[in-house]
Design a protein around this ligand. Structure first.
Ligand code: PGA
Length: 255
């Protein structure tokens, strides 16, 4: 079974409101009068979310966030809640990106708590997992991903397939231009599917989307997306230009 692709752009700390609005407007213009089967999502920095949501208007493009806090409101300087994200038009939230795990010391337990909060509050969580280069070389990459996955799975139950997306992002492939081969990606995605199966049972596990992230580009997207357990992409660098993001979306449409 082929799941509906999710082609998601993670703009990281790039594009303030005016630049964000420009790229989003270009994206809408590029697809004007054309429809697509995939879901297409852009996750800008918090301050640019309203500008992107406004530029997307009634188009099929969706808006998401890159992070969220676990509490509803209160004295948490610098943080943003699920309700605030919903109010600005977000449908998805990226949780546990490797940059947040590394630079902001987010543990697997905190990532799990955030994923649960996002889902309980009616948003959709894109939970990132992935090993660093030394773990890939040492051959422990599946254990690393299993630990990250289990922390999240332990907080989830029932049919969350519409609200829970996994993004496998080998850290050594992020922003480096080095992509996992389609075989490496499929191997890990299949393993993640097994973990989902053990936790949710096959009916739910088969519906959950597993995205690949890490230097996905127009020239490698089709090859990665054609693997049976690769259900979309989480795209950093190549999502910051309307034409390269569109090309990746077209690659998904061609499969
Ligand atoms: P990249 O980033 O496409 O620039 O490698 C992917 C990500 O970090 O989500």
């Amino acid at each position: 079974m082929k799941r509906t692709f999710l082609i998601a752009g993670n703009w990281k700390m790039n594009a303030g409101p005016s630049e964000a609005s420009k790229i989003a407007t270009e994206l809408v213009a590029a697809w004007e009068g054309k429809s697509f089967q995939a879901e297409a999502l852009i996750c800008p920095p918090f301050v640019s979310i309203p500008a992107v949501a406004a530029a997307f208007g009634n188009s099929a493009f969706k808006t998401g966030a890159q992070n969220v806090h676990t509490e509803d409101n209160g004295a948490f300087t610098g943080e943003v809640s699920t309700d605030m994200l919903k109010e600005t038009g977000c449908e998805y939230v990226i949780v546990g990106h490797s940059e947040r795990r590394e630079y902001f010391h987010e543990s697997s337990d905190l990532v799990a708590e955030k994923a649960k909060k996002v889902i309980n509050d009616g948003l959709k969580a894109i939970v990132c997992v992935g090993e660093v280069l030394s773990e890939r070389k040492a051959g422990t990459y599946k254990e690393v991903v299993k630990e990250q996955m289990n922390a999240v799975l332990n907080t989830l139950s029932g049919d969350v397939s519409d609200q829970f997306v996994v993004a496998y992002e080998p850290v050594w492939a992020i922003g480096t231009g080095e992509t996992a081969t389609p075989e490496q990606a499929q191997d890990m995605h299949q393993y993640i599917r097994t973990l989902l199966n053990e936790h949710f049972g096959s009916e739910v596990a088969e519906k959950i989307r597993i995205l690949y992230g890490g230097s996905m580009k127009p020239d490698n997207a089709a090859d990665l997306l054609s693997r049976p357990d690769v259900d979309g992409g989480l795209i950093g660098g190549a999502s910051l230009k309307a034409d390269s993001f569109s090309e990746i979306l077209s690659a998904a449409e061609s499969i």
